[in-house]
Design a binder for this molecule. Structure first.
Ligand SMILES: [Zn+2]
Length: 270
C-alpha cells in the first residue's frame, strides 16, 4: 500500500484517489480527534507538553464526585472559573483552522454527511459544520444528566444561590452539568446512537487526526470497514487504523483537507 508520505504531504496520485472516492460519496462520515484541535494551538492532554502530563491526570472517578454532591461540584466549578486557567485560555483563544473550514466546505459541497468529533472545543461549529455529534460534549454547552437536553452556556445562566442548576424542560427536574464528558461518566446514549446510525449510513469513512484506539470512537471506523466502506485516514503519524485504511494521507489535516477540497471541486464542478 502506498502511504503517500513525503516531506511535502501526500503525493498527488494518492490525493487524486482520495478525491475520486470523496466526489462519488454523498454521505461521508468523518471521525475527528485531538490532532485537529492541536493544529489550532489547543494543548493536548497526554504526551509531551500535555496538560495532564504537567498536572497529573484527573481522578478516574471524577463523575462519581459530581453525582455524589452536584452542589459542591458546581461551587468548585464556579470558584475555578474565577481563577486563572491557562488551558481554558488556550481554548478560548483557539480558532478553526484550515482543516475545520475545509471539512465544513465538504459538507456544503454535499460530500460529507456527518462529523463525529472527540473534541470539546466548539471549533467545528465555529467553522460552520451543521451535522455534528460531539461525543465528549462541548465546553460551551450544558446538559441535563436525566433527559440529555443541551443548551449553549450563554443561554443557561447559573444562579450561585441555587446549586446545582436544574433542567429547564417541562416534566424534568434533572441536574444540569457542563456538557463535557467527565472521567467515569458514560457517553450520552443519544450521542452513541447517532454516531452509530450515521456510520451505518456512511458511503465513505474518514478518520482525521485520531489514533482511534479509545472506545467508543474506535468502533466507528471499524464498523465502516466491516461494512465494506472505504476508509481514508488523514494523520501525520501511522495509527492502528492505517493498515485497514483504503487510502492514507500523511500530513496535518489543515494542509491535507484544503487540498482535498480543491481536488473534489475540480471533479464536482459541471
Ligand atoms: Zn432534563
Amino acid at each position: 500500500m502506498n502511504d503517500g508520505s513525503d516531506s511535502d504531504g501526500p503525493d498527488r496520485d494518492v490525493l487524486d484517489r482520495a478525491a475520486d472516492l470523496l466526489s462519488q460519496a454523498s454521505h461521508a462520515v468523518a471521525l475527528v480527534g485531538a490532532g485537529m484541535s492541536k493544529e489550532s494551538g489547543i494543548r493536548t492532554f497526554r504526551g509531551e507538553g500535555g496538560l495532564w502530563t504537567e498536572r497529573g491526570e484527573p481522578p478516574l472517578n471524577q463523575y462519581d464526585g459530581f453525582r455524589d454532591d452536584p452542589k459542591r461540584w458546581w461551587e468548585r466549578r464556579l470558584e475555578q472559573a474565577a481563577a486563572e486557567d491557562r488551558f481554558g485560555e488556550s481554548l478560548d483563544a483557539a480558532e478553526p483552522n484550515a482543516g475545520h473550514l475545509a471539512l465544513a466546505e465538504l459538507e456544503r459541497i454535499g460530500v460529507v454527511g456527518h462529523v463525529i468529533t472527540q473534541n470539546i472545543d466548539d471549533l467545528h461549529r465555529q467553522a460552520g459544520q451543521q451535522s455534528l455529534t460531539e461525543i465528549h460534549g462541548n465546553r460551551h454547552w450544558m446538559r441535563c444528566v436525566s433527559c440529555e437536553s443541551r443548551w449553549p452556556r450563554v443561554e443557561f445562566p447559573v444562579d450561585p444561590e441555587a446549586l446545582p442548576p436544574r433542567c429547564a424542560q417541562p416534566n424534568c427536574d434533572g441536574v444540569v452539568k457542563g456538557d463535557t464528558v467527565m472521567f467515569g461518566e458514560p457517553i450520552p446514549p443519544t450521542a452513541l446512537v447517532r454516531s452509530e446510525q450515521e456510520t451505518m449510513q456512511a458511503d465513505l469513512f474518514m478518520s482525521i487526526g485520531t489514533s482511534a484506539v479509545v472506545y467508543p470512537a474506535a468502533q466507528y471506523p471499524m464498523i465502516a470497514v466491516q461494512r465494506g466502506v472505504p476508509l481514508i485516514e488523514i494523520n501525520p503519524e501511522p495509527t492502528p487504523l492505517t493498515e485497514v485504511a483504503s487510502i492514507v494521507l500523511r500530513g496535518p489535516s489543515g494542509e491535507v483537507l484544503p487540498r482535498l477540497v480543491d481536488a473534489v471541486r475540480e471533479r464536482c464542478s459541471p
